[in-house]
Design a protein around this ligand. Sequence first.
Ligand code: NDP
Length: 332
Amino acid sequence: NRQILLAKRPQGLPDQSTFKFEETSVPKPGDSQVLVRSHYLSVDPYMRGRMNDTKSYAAPFEVDQPLTGGVVGEVVTSNHPDFTDGDFVTGRLNWADYTAADGAYVQKINPETAPITTALYVTGMPGLTAYFGFMDIGQPKAGETVVVSGAAGAVGMIVGQIAKIKGCRVVGIAGSDEKVTYLKHELHFDEVINYKTSGNIREALKTACPNGIDIYFDNVGGDITDAVLLQLNFHARVALCGQIAHYNAEKVESGPRFLPYLLTRSVLLKGFIVRDYADRYEEGINALAKWLNEGKIKYKETIVEGLENAPDAFLGLFRGENLGKQLVKVID
Ligand code: NDP
């Protein structure tokens, strides 16, 4: 059993030395536990926050202990009455070949109704984040202009498609021409800005949003968000979902600069974590699964092969290497 541990807490941008590999015997499941063999790991930006020793909504990783994250895998031994060998499950498990997990903390998934990776994406955490953040905070109305940053990432590309379903005009912001082409031509975003090559992002936004911006779904923060905030319309809504541009910052930058502007335009700006909506997950899963089945939502995955490449897949999030959901395939 190979597993990946946190070797040390990173200062700034993590690198390979943040991670450590260990070989152990396959864990033995105790009472009420199941032994799960990992098939896919979910690679998520929020894991960066858990590498710090700070209190947040998810407990920090422990140094010299396995990293944990979203995993789909197969039950190979079950000491829990609800599971039998061969069941596919998802849960927050170790970055390892095998995890012995309490049956109460894993959920069964049906590999016949959808590919198993959708449990880590469209009908899993990133999809639910897009759905609730956009629908609940965004309160979209047909004809409104929506801007989404991190638009070609896991959450961002679902947000844009839900916005299209709701009849909005959608402008994405992403970091490569390949991403721009995909969003425009495959997902039918109305406009997409490559923030790395567009030069003045404020000007690019003005051109792309001639009627201003009614909803901003923010995955990134930083300069991109500064540019968007100054073009919000009266009664605009901002869903603060992620701030990846700040995750590796070693010092806190100066505070929000545009509060007077937001105030005079009666803007709603609300942070959220997907777990705020835990009691409504069923609603979200049903809506997302329906759109997926109807072909109204498409998705892309970037799949790296081999557990040994999981650290690099994680580091790749900060280099923008993923189109859609970043996953690691652990076994065939
Ligand atoms: P993504 O699939 O979007 O991957 C991260 C992307 O961020 C990269 O592909 C890259 O794309 C972009 N990026 C990286 N660094 C920067 C930077 N400095 N400035 C601008 N863009 C950058 O990840 P997810 O879809 O999983 O998550 C998106 C955001 O949502 C993250 O901030 C995450 O933490 C947050 N999140 C929040 C949740 C919540 O409950 N609130 C739940 C899940 C995610 P590019 O090429 O465009 O630069």
